[in-house]
Design a protein around this ligand. Structure first.
Ligand SMILES: NC(=O)c1ccc[n+]([C@@H]2O[C@H](COP(=O)([O-])OP(=O)(O)OC[C@H]3O[C@@H](n4cnc5c(N)ncnc54)[C@H](OP(=O)(O)O)[C@@H]3O)[C@@H](O)[C@H]2O)c1
Length: 337
């Protein structure tokens, strides 16, 4: 079987402004495990096998090498710029006045692009931490979420659309209370919101909230990020790919349980952005969107495996006086200050 998956066969979703986006993409966060070179080589391979959506970010530290891959793919005629949907994100240390434009410009330079298809606010506060720091590391300058601060950042995001540098803009790791506070203030509404979504963490309220407002959810850690660093693991975390129902359905479809997580995601309606540098894996992740769908019954079974198991808790962004990582997620229905 050829590894190529015809991108025309991969389902597309329409954003509220009419833009089309593939129903699956590739993540590019190599974390501590993979070098920028390995990740960019995987992007090169992924373009060749038919991926058309790539989720980048300045903090992943590999946009310059990924940019070389894009430039080469365009030069060789493997793909045209307008056939790719490329995203990136402004990191928490670049929320200040004028900084969002600088960050976007740096990303465009590194990625060797004239525009980005979607640009995200990576986290909704300016709380910075050194890459790879311990889970209990705290930055004394960290602050709780503030509507005014966030909107000052968002105004800069809107400018990027006005300037033609970003086609669409999005948010990430938001909560319903935060969205309730900021959406009415947005001149340009987010077209996309990135959120953690996998079978054991389905976030049905947030997912439905976004869909009801015409905002397309993108699901990060769609396989439950099984190989994330130990500092991001806690004893109560559940591994999606070991959940008996997921394993059972995987056996029935003769695929790895990771693939079941992705089929579930696409059929539910979010856009998963799985990461892998291994060709066999990233090919099967893309191929699974065009063949052998889950049955309605299997989708119903997978609905029941939600264990409200958040993996990316964000504890390194906590501010002085915060009680614990739960404070980042407004669990009481109000913005925690
Ligand atoms: N917006 C945000 O704040 C945010 C936060 C987190 C992540 N993200 C984005 O989401 C992307 C994905 O998240 P993630 O990398 O943490 O988690 P993930 O995609 O859930 O899991 C990735 C791991 O799953 C394994 N895998 C992938 N495909 C597989 C297959 N077909 N069979 C078996 N194993 C498979 C790989 O392990 P091996 O490497 O061992 O093969 C890979 O390292 C990131 O790269 C990033 O772009 C965004």
């Amino acid at each position: 079987m050829t590894n190529f998956v015809d991108p025309k066969k991969v389902p597309q979703k329409a954003l509220y402004n009419g833009t089309q986006i593939p129903c699956i993409g590739m993540g590019t966060f190599g974390s501590d495990r993979f070098t920028p070179d390995q990740v960019s080589q995987a992007v090169a391979g992924a373009i060749k096998v038919g991926y058309r959506l790539f989720d980048c970010a300045s903090v992943y530290g590999n946009e310059d090498l990924i940019g070389k891959v894009f430039a080469q793919a365009f030069a060789e005629g493997t793909v045209k710029r307008e056939e790719l949907f490329i995203t990136s994100k402004v990191w928490n240390d670049m929320h200040g006045k004028g900084d969002v434009l600088l960050s976007c410009a740096k990303t465009l330079k590194d990625l060797q692009l004239d525009y980005i298809d979607a640009y995200f606010v990576h986290w909704p506060f300016p709380n910075y931490h050194a890459p790879g720091c311990d889970g209990d590391a705290r930055n004394p300058d960290s602050k709780p979420f503030s509507v005014d601060r966030f909107m000052a950042t968002w105004r800069q995001m809107e400018k990027l659309v006005d300037m033609g540098l970003a086609k669409t803009i999005g948010m990430s790791s938001m909560t319903i209370p935060k969205l309730e506070a900021v959406l009415p203030l947005c001149r340009i509404k987010p077209a996309l919101i990135e959120m953690e979504l996998h079978p054991c963490f389905q976030q049905p309220e947030l997912y439905d909230y976004c869909v009801a407002r015409g905002i397309q959810p993108i699901g990060f850690c769609p396989i439950g990020s099984p190989t994330r660093p130990d500092r991001d693991k806690t004893e109560t975390d559940v591994a999606d790919i070991e959940v008996p129902e997921v394993v059972e359905i995987a056996k029935a479809h003769n695929v790895h349980p990771a693939v079941i997580c992705l089929k579930w995601a696409v059929q539910r309606g979010q856009i998963p952005i799985p990461f892998s540098i291994h060709e066999k894996e990233y090919v099967s992740n893309l191929r699974c969107t065009i063949e052998d769908p889950l049955t309605d019954k299997e989708m119903e079974i997978l609905k029941t495996v939600d264990k409200n198991c958040r993996l990316i808790k964000g504890q390194v962004f906590l501010w002085e006086g915060a009680k614990g990582w739960e404070d980042l997620w407004d669990l009481d229905g109000v913005i925690t200050k």
